[in-house]
Design a protein around this ligand. Structure first.
Ligand code: PYC
Length: 345
């Protein structure tokens, strides 16, 4: 018999240790050890993410998908930041059941909370995190010897476009706002669908969300205005407005649903509201997820660049650690990852 954390490694090909967290209900599985980071090419976190996607996509699948994960799992990989340019304390990129996102608010809150609470990061007043979308700043609030809440100042965000797309579930074309907040979002008012945002029709929302994303990406050739890089919508946010708190369901990856209000999605929604004069700088904004958990948001500043209005959005939320794991790949095991709900294994 071996002890709980001590595997007989006769059959072990690879092993990975993670700290798992949830932020407002949404998981982040944080890869700490097991990956030879020296094999990742490039200096920036974005380049390292590309290198990981080429060489180690099987690690993403192993950690995100069944039988070790599930179709709504989310992950973060810690890497060194770009020493020359980023002036950051750590680097992190994000992965899901289908691929990779450029930025993630709930994930950054989870990473910063877990790394501080486990002693991998010192408890500074602010922590600079390089992500594939750029550097974001985390400000933890400490209580009872731990991290109580974290505020993330996201990359500058902007309204990109608005369009209408034909969709199979409506007789008339659907209006969609395209907003950049670290990822490109398709934002849809649920009033157009004649339904409330709740968990009674999650499967329909997932189908609609994926269809909307595909329709917008067919319709528009999205190019990031400052990097000049071709891009695409990676997340659909269907929202319902109310006096108490706006509520959204957020669909991304291969059809997974964010249990949190989505950090970057909250920034996208605030940016849209600011642009249409419905949210002022420094006005608090409460955003609720489809399961009823909340983030607090605020636009702290706006800027102009090349004729585009940029917001500087922040979101605040709480993450808690759910476990620490060692996952192994047994060389006799032919099932490294599987899915019964999507084509990808
Ligand atoms: O919190 O930004 C976020 C996020 C993106 C996808 C899932 N969560």
């Amino acid at each position: 018999m071996t002890s709980d954390n001590d595997f007989d490694d006769t059959h072990v090909d690879a092993s990975f240790t993670t700290i798992d967290t949830h932020t407002a209900g949404e998981p982040t599985r944080i890869l700490l050890d097991g990956l030879d980071r020296s094999t990742l090419d490039g200096e920036s976190v974005r380049a390292k993410r590309e290198s990981f996607a080429e060489e180690y996509d099987w690690v993403r699948k192993l950690l995100m998908k069944e039988p070790r994960g599930h179709d709504d799992m989310f992950g973060a990989v810690i890497v060194e930041p770009n020493e020359d340019t980023a002036d950051a304390d750590l680097g992190v990129f994000f992965m899901d059941n289908k691929g990779y996102l450029d930025m993630c608010g709930h994930g950054t809150i989870g990473v910063v909370s877990a790394l501080i609470e486990h002693g991998h990061l010192s408890a500074e007043p602010t922590i600079r995190v390089e992500t594939p979308a750029g550097v974001v700043e985390a400000t933890p609030q400490y209580a009872e010897g731990g991290v109580e809440r974290v505020t993330i100042q996201n990359v500058t965000s902007f309204v990109y476009d608005a369009t209408t797309v034909p969709v199979s579930f409506l007789d008339s074309p659907l209006r969609v706002d395209i907003v950049y907040a670290g990822n490109f979002f398709a934002l849809v008012d649920s009033e157009q669908l004649g339904v409330s945002v709740d968990t009674t029709r999650t499967d329909e929302f997932v189908d609609w969300g994926l269809e909307i994303q595909a329709a917008v990406n067919d319709e528009l050739d999205i190019v990031h205005p400052f990097s000049g890089e071709p891009d695409s919508v990676s997340i659909t946010e269907i929202y319902e407005s109310s006096d108490d708190a706006d509520r959204s369901i957020v669909i991304f990856g291969g059809g997974q649903v964010d249990r949190s209000p989505c950090g970057t999605g909250t920034c996208a929604k605030m940016t849209l509201l600011y642009e249409s004069g419905r949210l002022a700088v420094d006005e608090p904004y409460i955003h609720e997820s489809v399961i009823g958990t909340r983030f607090e948001g605020r636009i702290i500043e706006t800027k102009e660049r090349e004729g585009i209005t940029l917001t500087v959005p922040t979101i605040t939320g709480t993450a808690r650690i759910t476990g620490k794991h060692t996952f192994i790949k047994d060389h006799r095991d032919s099932i490294t990852s599987l899915s019964i709900t999507s084509d990808e294994e």
